[in-house]
Design a protein around this ligand. Structure first.
Ligand SMILES: Nc1ncnc2c1ncn2[C@@H]1O[C@H](COP(=O)(O)OP(=O)(O)OP(=O)(O)O)[C@@H](O)[C@H]1O
Ligand SMILES: [Mg+2]
Length: 399
C-alpha cells in the first residue's frame, strides 16, 4: 500500500484486546501510526489528544457503542473519516452508521483487502478535501487580487480625469497670462499707457485665478474632513446672502434669502456648507449673466426649508438660462465647466464632496430657458453620530 511520504495516523477502537493487537500490528506494517483504545470514552480522550484523520471502530462495545462514538466524533470534528467494524448480523447497525456519515464499514473477520480499500477511500477523501480547500483559498486570493487591480485601475482613471481637468484649468489661466503679457509688451514697445493698464489688469486677473484655483484645490482636499459643530442651519445661508447682495445689486439681480425660522440647530460643518451655498449662488448669478437678454427680472432665491426625515433642505434657484439635460448630467464631474476661461469647474465638485461628507444629498433640477434649482438635503445628526468624526467643539449655536 502506498501511503506516500506522509505518515498517516489512525485510532483503532475495539474492546477485544486480541483484535487491537493483531489489527494494530497489521496497520503498522502497512505504514500507519496506530493509537488504540478499548472503549468509546477512552477513544474520545485519545482522539482529542492525537487528532488522527482516520478512526477504525468496533460497532458493538460495552458502554459507549461505536455508533455513539461515531456521532460524537463527527460532532467534534466533522472531517474525521470513521470506518465501522461490524459483526455478521449487524447490517442494520451498519446502515445506521452510514446515516451518521461513517465512511465505510468492514465485517469481522476482517479481510485485509477489504480493509485496504476502505482505508484508501478514507485517504482519497481527505486528500480531495485538502485540495478543494487549497483551491478555494487560491480562488479567494485570486478574486481579491483581481478586485484590487480593478479598484486600482478605477482609481488611476479617476486621477487621470482629475489631472486632465486640472491641466485644462491651468492651460486656460496660462493662456490668459500670455495674453496679458503680450498686451503689456505691446504697451512697453509702443509706450502706450492704455495697453499697459489693460495688460496689467489681465495679468492681475489671472494671478487671482491661480490663487483661487490653488485655494479651491486645497479646500477640495480638505473637504473630506467634516468639521462638525452644533449650529443654526440658517446661519450659513444668511451669511452667503449678506456676502453676495452687493454683487447681485451690481449685476441687477434680485437676490432673495428666505429663512425658515422653525429650523433647529443640528450638527454639521457650517464653513463647509457656507462654501457650498456660495458656489451655488455664484453659479446661479453667473447663469443670470449668461442669460440672453430675456426681458424678465433676474431672480436668485436662497431658501432654507424644513423637510421630513432631514435636518434641513437648502434650495438655490434662479429663473435664468437653465441647462440642457446633457449638460446637467455632467455638472458634478471634476472640472466640468461651460464657462471657458471664466470657470474652473471646481465649484460643484467641492460642493458635492462636502455634501457627501455629511452623508447628505445634492440634486439639480433644470429646464433650458426656464431656470435651475439646486437642492442640498442634510441628514439629522446628533452628538453621538458625529462622535467618531472630526468635531470642532467651538459651537456657534444661534437658536
Ligand atoms: N444655476 C445654474 N444654471 C445653469 N448652469 C449651471 C448652474 N449651476 C451650474 N451650472 C453648470 O455647471 C457647470 C459646473 O459648475 P461649477 O460650479 O462646478 O463650475 P464653474 O462654475 O463652471 O466654475 P467654478 O465654480 O470653478 O468657477 C457650470 O459651468 C455650468 O455649466
Ligand atoms: Mg461655479
Amino acid at each position: 500500500m502506498d501511503l506516500s511520504d506522509k505518515k498517516w495516523s489512525i485510532l483503532l477502537v475495539d474492546d477485544e484486546e486480541g483484535i487491537r493487537k493483531v489489527l494494530g500490528i497489521a496497520l503498522e506494517d502497512i505504514g500507519y501510526e496506530v493509537y488504540t483504545a478499548e472503549n468509546g470514552e477512552a477513544a474520545l480522550d485519545i482522539f482529542r489528544e492525537t487528532n488522527p484523520p482516520i478512526v477504525l471502530t468496533d460497532i458493538k462495545m460495552p458502554g459507549m457503542d461505536g455508533i455513539e462514538l461515531l456521532r460524537r466524533l463527527k460532532q467534534e470534528s466533522p472531517d474525521t473519516e470513521v470506518i465501522m467494524i461490524t459483526g455478521h448480523g449487524d447490517i442494520n447497525l451498519a446502515i445506521k452508521s452510514l446515516k451518521f456519515e461513517a465512511t465505510d464499514f468492514v465485517t469481522k473477520p476482517i479481510n485485509d483487502e477489504v480493509l485496504e480499500i476502505a482505508l484508501k477511500r478514507c485517504r482519497e477523501r481527505i486528500s480531495m478535501r485538502q485540495q478543494i480547500r487549497a483551491y478555494t483559498e487560491n480562488l479567494e486570493q485570486l478574486v481579491e487580487e483581481k478586485t484590487e487591480k480593478l479598484l486600482e485601475a478605477e482609481r488611476l482613471a479617476a486621477v487621470g480625469q482629475t489631472v486632465a481637468g486640472l491641466s485644462h484649468a491651468i492651460k486656460n489661466i496660462a493662456g490668459g497670462l500670455k495674453g496679458g503679457a503680450f498686451v503689456l509688451e505691446k504697451g512697453i514697445e509702443l509706450d502706450n499707457k492704455k495697453y499697459l493698464l489693460q495688460g496689467w489688469e489681465m495679468v492681475k486677473g489671472n494671478v487671482d485665478k491661480i490663487k483661487n484655483l490653488s485655494l479651491d484645490l486645497l479646500n477640495y482636499a480638505k473637504a473630506v474632513e467634516v468639521n462638525y459643530q452644533l449650529c443654526d442651519p440658517n446661519t450659513p445661508a444668511k451669511e452667503v446672502g449678506d456676502l453676495m447682495t452687493p454683487t447681485a445689486r451690481e449685476r441687477k439681480i434680485d437676490l432673495k434669502v428666505i429663512l425658515d425660522p422653525g429650523l433647529k440647530p443640528f450638527w454639521f460643518d457650517p464653513e463647509g456648507i457656507h462654501r457650498c451655498l456660495l458656489n451655488l449662488v455664484a453659479n446661479a448669478m453667473d447663469a443670470c449673466m449668461d442669460c440672453e437678454p430675456c426681458g424678465h427680472e433676474k431672480e436668485v432665491i436662497l431658501e432654507t426649508v424644513r423637510r421630513d426625515g432631514w435636518s434641513v433642505e437648502y434650495r438655490v434657484s434662479d429663473n435664468c438660462c437653465g441647462m440642457e439635460n446633457e449638460i446637467r448630467e455632467k455638472i458634478f464631474q471634476s472640472f466640468f465647466t461651460t464657462k471657458g476661461t471664466r470657470g474652473t469647474g471646481i465649484g460643484l465638485m467641492i460642493t458635492k464632496k462636502t455634501v457627501d461628507g455629511h452623508e447628505g444629498i445634492i440634486e439639480a433640477e433644470s429646464e433650458k430657458g426656464v431656470g435651475s434649482t439646486f437642492i442640498i438635503k442634510l441628514p439629522q445628526k446628533s452628538r453621538g453620530d458625529v462622535g467618531n468624526m472630526t468635531v470642532d467643539q467651538g459651537t456657534s449655536v444661534q437658536s
